[in-house]
Design a protein around this ligand. Structure first.
Ligand code: PEP
Ligand code: MN
Length: 362
């Protein structure tokens, strides 16, 4: 329920309504409705519904939520209309504001030297954060499952060296604490979008959550999964479209480009796109990435590897360093055309990167 206050309602009146609602055992969030003060109450208890709220001083009207998701809905947008999430402690990355964010790096954390090379290169090419999986949710139990805590250590070491904040996946509620100690953003993978125990656990840590859309999840289901995190105390959720299952076999998954404007219309949360897992092959990554930026995405998460043919996982869809550099230049043009800001490749970007140049960059 949303309790909309009269124009010019005083702080005392707003506080009186807040105290009344909270005395009934409900939580309130201050928000605005068409320029007027409002109190959002996502889960009103029955006694509250029965009270004559509208008769309290300063109250204009009460309205039910128009959508199954509540804190994730546009109705609950913060001042400014959109949630902007900042993370990292060096040059901090931002997502959800005017600037486009690109997160890039290998599918899995491998040798430190490979991770370091990828990190310096994507940083020079304009990426704002480093990705890399230490715990891998693989379809086959025989596939490489990730380096676990050792992978987290390698990520944290490269973060210290490059200043790039780290995004990594957590697949088990028991690992949330250790992943949060080493990483800046906790990724919930597509296969875990509806793992409510995991969602509740990441809601308890003070780290943004990158929530990937399930392989067969509707947009409403994605927003309700986000609602689990928001309603349990973590306001920083980044939504990620990564392709859904369809009858098409020419691509690994079908990128739902329409989900980008729909999510941005329905929710105030940042929306990013993973073209790599949708495409499943490197030659399709750039066109999908550019389509996503043109459609209004707040950012991209892209798999990049110095030698994709030798990658421990998802090499087929990984861009090499040269391909990523070229993509970032095109992303910049499309981002500017779409009304975004994006610095793109740094002035000292080596253009066609060689591994020697990247390490020298240290
Ligand atoms: C990944 O990011 O490496 C990954 C496994 O992604 P998804 O959960 O989208 O399949
Ligand atoms: Mn992958």
């Amino acid at each position: 329920m949303v309790i909309v206050m009269k124009a010019g309602a005083t702080d005392t009146e707003i506080d009186g309504v807040r105290q009344h609602v909270e005395s009934c055992g409900a939580r309130t969030y201050f928000t605005r409705d068409g320029g007027r003060a409002a109190l959002a109450c996502p889960n009103p208890p029955k006694p509250l519904l029965d009270t004559a709220l509208a008769a309290l001083p300063g109250v204009e009207a009460t309205a039910p939520w128009g959508t199954p998701y509540r804190l994730a809905s546009r109705q609950f947008a913060p001042p400014g209309g959109r949630t902007v999430i900042r993370f990292g402690d060096g040059p901090r990355a931002t997502v959800g504001g005017p600037e486009l964010l690109v997160i890039a790096g290998p599918c899995s954390v491998e040798e430190s030297a490979t991770l370091r090379e990828a990190a310096w290169s994507v940083r020079h090419a304009g990426a704002g954060a480093l990705r890399g999986g230490a715990f891998k949710p693989r379809t086959s139990p025989y596939a490489f499952q990730g380096l676990g805590v050792e992978g987290l250590r390698r990520l944290a070491e490269v973060r210290r060296e490059t200043g790039l904040p780290v995004v990594t996946e957590v697949i088990d509620p028991r690992h949330v604490e250790v992943v949060a100690e080493h990483a800046d953003v906790l990724q919930i993978g597509a296969r875990n979008m509806q793992n409510t125990a995991l969602l509740s656990e990441v809601a308890r840590v003070r780290r943004p959550v990158l929530l990937k859309r399930g392989l067969s999840a509707t947009i409403t289901e994605l927003l309700l999964a986000a609602e689990y995190v928001l309603s349990q105390g973590n306001p920083d959720v980044i939504l990620c479209e990564r392709g859904i299952r369809s009858f098409e076999t020419a691509v690994r998954y079908t990128l739902d480009v329409a989900a980008i404007p729909v999510l941005r219309r329905e929710s105030h949360l940042p929306v990013i796109v993973d073209p790599s897992h949708a495409a499943g092959r490197s030659d399709l990554v750039a066109p999908l990435a550019l389509a996503a930026v043109a459609a209004g995405a707040d950012g991209l998460i892209v798999e990049v590897h110095p030698r994709p043919e030798a990658a421990w996982s998802d090499g087929k869809q990984s861009l090499d360093l040269t391909q990523f550099g070229a993509l970032m230049r095109s992303v910049r043009s499309i981002a500017l055309a779409a009304g975004r800001t994006f610095a793109g490749p740094r002035a000292d970007h080596p253009g066609v990167p060689s591994s020697a140049r990247q390490v020298e960059g240290v």
